[in-house]
Design a protein around this ligand. Sequence first.
Ligand code: IPM
Ligand code: MN
Length: 352
Amino acid sequence: MYKIAVIPGDGTGPEVVAEGLKVLRAVSEKFNFKYQLVHYDLSGERYLKTGEILPDSILKELKKADAIYLGAIGHPDVKPGILEKGILLRTRFELDQYINLRPVKLYPGVETPLKDKRPEDIDFIVVRENTEGAYLGAGGFHKKGTPDEIAIQEAIHTRKGVERCIRYAFEYCRKRNKRKKVTLCGKTNVLTYAFDLWERTFKEVAKEFQDIETDYAHVDAICMWMVKNPEWFDVIVTDNMFGDIITDLAAMIQGGLGIAAGGNINPRGVSMFEPMGGSAPKYTGKGVVSPLAAIGACQMMLETLGEEKAAKKIEAAVMKVVQNDVKSLTAGKMGFSTSEVGDLVVKYILGK
Ligand code: IPM
Ligand code: MN
């Protein structure tokens, strides 16, 4: 019996989470596993009403779940940073979800903005460090609001944090068994302390993985290569900030936020899965956004829980939907509503 904490969140979050849960129900029946859902109303909406962001009591409960399924957090009336730091980053840090895993896979039938690139060219995964770097929030102001103001925002990289992330990337690459190549993405030509540590650690860990090829790219260059030669990549490992930036670019080449999913992983603890897109206030309540990213997040969650057959079935069903049914993944242009797309995935799962 899996205990799954569900945080639908704001905006279109609840709409897409509902479809993910529909799909979860279908595969659980087909593959005979049981789960219990516990809903939490953490959101910008709740914060505006009660002033509460993430109460300690809820955090304690999240720590006891088997997985967390998240829709989207973000509200137009809440100042940027409050909900992100208070809910998303706090959960990542407190649950030590030190990996942010972002598969980048172009499914047949999905449109990519990259001319002449096909599904076999776009199939890699980004392993982003998820608990350190600039995201730690170290720094502060001095003489704030005056002409002499100073703002300092430090990035913190620890040997332990860097090493466990790099080791995860190599292990993942070996298990994935595709091109068998790990590319370190950094900025060794400018950030000569942080990425010196990353590069030395990368080289050391690589020695334990003689079957895996290694490569290095600066973060600016990798943005260029991901567009020009995405077929070069298998596993990309990078720090928190660079990982954040390059995975938005990566999401676009696989068909956009309507399909891109990610996992915040603690390999020995509680992981959290989410569609990469935000709360999309513009489309809220209209039933026009793609639920496929949230369904992909559900697939990743099941993979992590060890329900690999169910996860594979979801992916196969999603591939059928994008091949046969939906015209586009852009909100409002799918040719189906959010819930109809969820129904289509379920239909293919049940084999009808
Ligand atoms: C992401 C998001 C978050 C991040 C924000 C919402 C804090 O952009 O998951 O990539 O920067 O990590
Ligand atoms: Mn991001």
